[in-house]
Design a protein around this ligand. Sequence first.
Ligand code: PGA
Length: 276
Amino acid sequence: MEESIKNYIKNLVRTAIEQSVGTHPSMARRKKYVIANWKMNKNLAESAEFFQKIICNDAVSVVICPPTQLLYPSHLFIKQQSKEIGLGAQNVHWAEKGAYTGETSVSMLQDVGCEYVIIGHSERRQYAAEDDETVCRKVKQAIKAGLIPIICIGESLKQKQLSQTEHVLSAQLSGALKDVTSSRFIVAYEPIWAIGTGQSATAEQAQQIHAFIRSVLTQLLGQNAEDISILYGGSANEKNVADFCSMPDIDGVLVGGASLDPRTFNEMIQLCAKEV
Ligand code: PGA
């Protein structure tokens, strides 16, 4: 399809969505994020180079989530270069301390400069058998200490094909937020079929799901749900980020593969910032 026709259709869809959703004052208040999830990638030298090259933009909050061994050096790199970059971990334990070999507590993460933590990523749900109850314990522990959880939810391909997406997402959300009253967290919608596959959801598909997620959050937390940033993740890259960030209920992106190259990631920051 010709580029001009594609853009015309995109604008039509966007206008229709904006008219149906309306503009809520909280939309302007909600923070936009571009968050990197490096997963199990990068060594010390590579991370030093990355932080040197990263260019921030005041319109969006940039957060980097390196693997555990790079958290403290990353904190030092960020401070050294006086950059406005938030630091996040990729996992945390739900206990305060104790005999949990190989685990890291909330206070340990804060001790090395973390302000954010990814909780319930689908890879951990798969490889570390994390269930909604464990996710909830971790979320509560993080919120209690003032660490901001980035709660990941998302359906599998099979669940999508069986039209179970909404059911799965609302179960994951109500499980993760059981007895949680604070709205000091971020949600990342990451369809499992889109993670690392190069097959992202379309911005319009994601917008619909994000509006649904916000309606579930409203049921759980009332009007405060309007202040919660909901990010899209799953093969987000420099080609699709502007489309995602232009949607009224998509408050930024959680980026895996495309966050490893500082040039690509910088491009994503600037493109998302333009949509704010
Ligand atoms: P991806 O990963 O961008 O490589 O698809 C996203 C994520 O898992 O957070």
